[in-house]
Write a protein that binds this ligand. Sequence first.
Ligand code: AMP
Length: 428
Amino acid sequence: MRSAPLPSRVLVLNSGSSSVKYQLLDMRDSSRLAVGLVERIGEESSRLKHTPLAANGGESRETAGRIADHEAALKAVAEELAKDGLGLDSPELAAIGHRVVHGGQSFTDPTVIDDSVLDEIERLIPVAPLHNPANLTGIRTAQALRPDLPQVAVFDTAFHTTMPESAARYAIDVKTADEHRIRRYGFHGTSHAYVSRETARLLGKAPDDVNVIVLHLGNGASASAVRGGRCVDTSMGLTPLEGLVMGTRSGDMDPAVIFHLMRVGGMSTDDIDTLLNKKSGLIGLCGDNDMREIRRRIDEGAEDAAPAQLAFDIYIHRLKKYIGAYYAVLGRVDAVVFTAGVGENAAPVREAAVAGLDALGLAVDGERNAVRSDEPRLVSPEGARVAVAVVPTDEELEIANQTYALVRNSNGNGNTNGQARGAGQGHA
Ligand code: AMP
């Protein structure tokens, strides 16, 4: 029996505690029809910036004034979309794909949302207190606006659920760990999935045949070791605090620092949480979390260049340690790939991260590394044993692809396009 053709649009929603980012895509050619952002929800100075890329000459529109809550925010977004004939009530809309930060061990794949899925995302709030409540609010609001439409959750943690226990477990008492769901979950999964697959494409190989170290260096930063398309280790853990030096997060450190700050420094749990998540990393080391500003201070030999240089050196030292560690985990590496704001744009970071690693087959070519481009590209010298690449990430496209593959599959319109691993199996 033939089913009706599936409509072609997917709305991707990324709901934060006080913001909603969105993109409307046409899945026939993966083009963006509209993108936008609602900021400072609940404050007097809320702002909606909407860019209808496929209408009105792509001119952005801004609306200022209080937007009370997520429901009001989504309604305002729906109104903006409707002005260009792209409203949420359009029969062309196939599904809404939601970024959900924490799927724990339960969600290994994108999942069509029903009440049991909502309950499980809610049960995971203790391990994602900042993110999952906002994601849930976004989902519930979207469901209220279009109860008939498939809504799909795409989890930041899902790509990392293939990690072996040896990488996913902390070496702490197993009973305590299990009781409190303490293990290494990893984040930025949609980016690591997308970038590792695009790297295989850049190398002209199948994802199954390629071992890749992905360095997602944005304001948040994480590394992953991907063997044949499956994640075998990643640097973030129970929360996004573990691993690399980030814009405002410390990354790895001796957990005893926390006991010391409590016992000797008299700090509260919340103070330490804020210190390590918001006031550490690059900003804690030198007062800036923007790599552009840090490089400017260093390159201009500014009066405050020394702390900027120290912050840069610590950032690079940690990065090198992870490249070395994941090289050892993978055994054979085909590519080291840089992505996200810093990874895609900061040539000095790429150069410094692989400097001196010639023995591992790693090097960058100065001219190639200096090229600025939005395209995936190699920055290693011609014929290098291990490719060093820059691959721009696209988390929204990945969420849209996974969402569309899942609804297409459930609609009986053919198989998944391979981008939703095991799509349709739901959660365990
Ligand atoms: P993301 O979280 O991926 O949006 O990355 C944001 C970060 O990328 C900023 O905080 C900057 O540190 C960094 N970034 C963006 N553009 C550049 C650039 N041209 N050069 C160096 N770093 C950049």
